[in-house]
Every structure is written in structure tokens, then in C-alpha cells.
Design a protein around this ligand. Structure first.
Ligand SMILES: *Cc1c(COP(=O)(O)O)cnc(C)c1O
Length: 346
């Protein structure tokens, strides 16, 4: 092994040692009796989202696979969060980094990539990011990281403190340590793949439920089995929902999918702020809406138990969008019907 590779691996390992695990909150939901809801707070990673885990895994995987060496220009297709996290690791390792992102990406994320020394290359439509990233990498002799293909395999699915192992460890002393369901949205699909595999690996009865926003093809593909579906419209919930069925999306490990209207996701964000006193990104609203639908179902059936989902990133990045009533009225529409439905939970 050459000196650069050895040093790079040591740099990644010492960086991980300096960080800590993320919190698992138990939400205090007045309208739910005997059903505990947990929220894994992935916003506290150094780069602010669950993509911190993915970026570390992708760099490790690419370095150990001999794809990234000293000076390799790393290129990624990203709707934002992955770009921020990969920019962080590229900087740590002294590698040039370019993110190819849709032009409408939240300004805060673009700023963060640039602050971390990365470059942003914009395309007009979400569906163009893949070919453009591949082209840039090819022309620069760089490496296209390709999160959408490699997310499911770069993560150690049997453990090594992956997100699934961390959740189950943190639940160990709770009243219902084996949750009835874990709910997650899909961007790459990598997190749901890790959760689903880990549940099977442990032989648990926990169901994996994946929620999907509007303008994403994951839900329809799951129902029909057609992996060739594509959509032209871009999604409005950053980080989740895709215009094509990504290779890292593994339908076989998913027990159920729920389609969530974008207005419901945003209404749930505002509801969460009242419950937890914290702002979160749009996908957290999608996740929690799914959890609350399952909780309602359990309550109607007289069941008790627990449900888990993720706060994928914090709300500070979205003050101008999901937390701005004018933006919401213009881009999402009327969220009051969903706000009224949420009122039963408190
Ligand atoms: C990437 C992302 C997700 C989805 O996670 P995947 O593992 O890629 O499916 C959810 N929310 C946010 C904010 C994300 O950036």
C-alpha cells in the first residue's frame, strides 16, 4: 500500500474517533397512548445530515478499491447534502472536489460546499446530474463517486456502527426495544437498504416502511415492479424522491411503501417544531408523516409498541423555503388540511 493511501485511511479513522454517535429522541406526543415514537437525530453530524455517514463510507470504499489516490479529482452528482459531506472529506484528504447539482439547490448547501473548498457545477434538470458528473470525471481523469449506485454497498450492512446497529443499541432498554416499524424515505435508497438488511440479519419482526414524496418514481416502481420508470418533474422535498429508480434502492427488503403528499410533509415539519422545539429538513416531515399514519393504524387496532424514524437534516438550511409561509404557499400550496389532521396528535 502506498504512503498516501495509508495516511488517508488513518486520517479518516482519526476523524471518526473525534466524532460521537447521534441522539435517539423519544417524542412526547400527547395524542398517542402506548405507542412510543423515536427520532434518530442525524442533523448533529459535523456536516449536518445523514450523508456524513454515507460520504465517509464512499470515500473508504473508493480508497480501499483503489479508485481514489493522491490527487484524484472527486466528482459527485448530488441534490446537495451529499455534496456538503463529500466536500468535507475531500478537504480532509486534500483532494479536489466538484459537485454537480440542480440549479435550484438550496443556497445554504451551495455555500457550504464552497466554504469547504469544493466547486459546484449546475445543471438545469435533476435528471441531468448523472451524465454530467460522469462526463466531468472522465474529462478530468477523476473519479465519479456515484452515490446512487454505491450507497447500498459502501455501507457495512452487518454492523460496524452503521445507522441500524446504532438505533437498535440505543433502543435496548426501552419499553418496546424491537420497534413495530422503522420508517425511512429514499434518496439513494442506501439507508433503507442498510436498515432492511440489518433487520433480516438480526431476524427481527420489525417492518421496514419506506415513504416517498410527489414526483418520485420509487413508489410506483415498488408497486408495479417496473424498475425502468422515469419522471420529468423534479421533487420539492430535498434529499428524497428520484426521477429514476436508483441502483441502491432495494425493493426486496421493504415491507410497505406509503406515498406522502408534499403538503403533508411540510405540515408535519411545523407540527414537529411544536413537539420538539426543533426545526428539521423536509424529508423529516415525510418520514414523520409516515410514522404518524402507522401510529394511527396501531391505535385503531388497539396495539402498543414503538416506531422509529430519522431526522435526516436540520431546518436551518430551509428557513427561506419550508419555513417561509410565502414560499410554501407558492411552491407547495395549502397545508392546512394536513395541519388539521395532525391536530389529533396534539
Ligand atoms: C439522502 C437524504 C435522504 C435519503 O437517504 P438515502 O440513504 O440516500 O436514501 C433523506 N433526507 C435527506 C435530507 C437526505 O439528504
Amino acid at each position: 500500500m502506498n504512503h498516501w493511501t495509508r495516511t488517508a485511511l488513518k486520517t479518516l479513522s482519526s476523524d471518526q474517533l473525534r466524532t460521537s454517535d447521534t441522539h435517539l429522541y423519544r417524542l412526547d406526543v400527547p395524542g398517542l397512548d402506548g405507542i412510543d415514537i423515536y427520532l434518530k437525530d442525524e442533523s448533529t453530524h459535523p456536516t449536518g445530515s445523514l450523508k456524513h455517514r454515507l460520504a465517509r463510507s464512499l470515500f473508504l470504499h473508493a480508497i480501499c478499491s483503489g479508485k481514489i489516490r493522491e490527487g484524484t479529482h472527486v466528482v459527485e452528482a448530488s441534490s446537495g447534502s451529499t455534496a456538503v459531506s463529500e466536500a468535507y472529506f475531500a478537504k480532509l484528504l486534500g483532494l479536489p472536489f466538484t459537485a454537480v447539482m440542480p440549479r435550484h439547490t438550496t443556497c445554504k448547501k451551495v455555500e457550504q460546499v464552497v466554504r469547504l473548498g469544493g466547486r459546484c457545477h449546475f445543471v438545469d434538470h435533476a435528471a441531468e446530474v448523472y451524465s454530467e458528473a460522469e462526463r466531468l470525471a472522465r474529462e478530468n481523469g477523476g473519479h465519479y463517486m456515484d452515490q446512487f449506485t454505491f450507497a447500498e454497498r459502501a455501507t457495512d450492512w452487518r454492523g460496524n456502527n452503521n445507522i441500524a446497529e446504532s438505533i437498535f443499541r440505543q433502543l435496548a432498554e426501552e419499553p418496546h426495544p424491537v420497534p413495530d416499524a422503522i420508517v425511512m424515505s429514499a434518496g439513494t435508497g442506501g439507508t433503507s437498504a442498510t436498515l432492511g438488511r440489518y433487520i433480516r440479519y438480526l431476524g427481527l419482526d420489525t417492518r421496514l416502511v419506506v415513504v416517498d414524496p410527489e414526483n418520485s418514481v420509487f413508489y410506483d416502481s415498488y408497486q408495479s415492479g417496473d424498475a425502468s420508470l422515469v419522471s420529468q418533474a423534479g421533487g420539492r422535498i430535498e434529499g428524497i424522491g428520484r426521477p429514476r429508480v436508483e441502483a441502491s434502492f432495494l425493493p426486496e427488503v421493504i415491507d410497505e411503501m406509503i406515498k406522502v403528499p408534499d403538503a403533508a410533509s411540510i405540515a408535519t415539519l411545523h407540527w414537529l417544531e411544536q413537539i420538539l422545539g426543533r426545526k428539521a429538513g423536509g424529508s423529516t416531515g415525510t418520514n414523520l408523516w409516515g410514522v404518524l399514519q402507522l401510529a394511527k393504524r396501531m391505535q385503531e387496532n388497539g396495539e402498543r409498541g414503538s416506531l422509529v424514524t430519522l431526522m435526516c437534516d436540520g431546518g436551518e438550511r430551509y428557513l427561506d423555503t419550508y419555513y417561509n409561509p410565502e414560499w410554501v404557499a407558492q411552491h407547495i400550496g395549502d397545508i392546512s388540511p394536513y395541519r388539521n389532521q395532525l391536530a389529533v396528535f396534539g
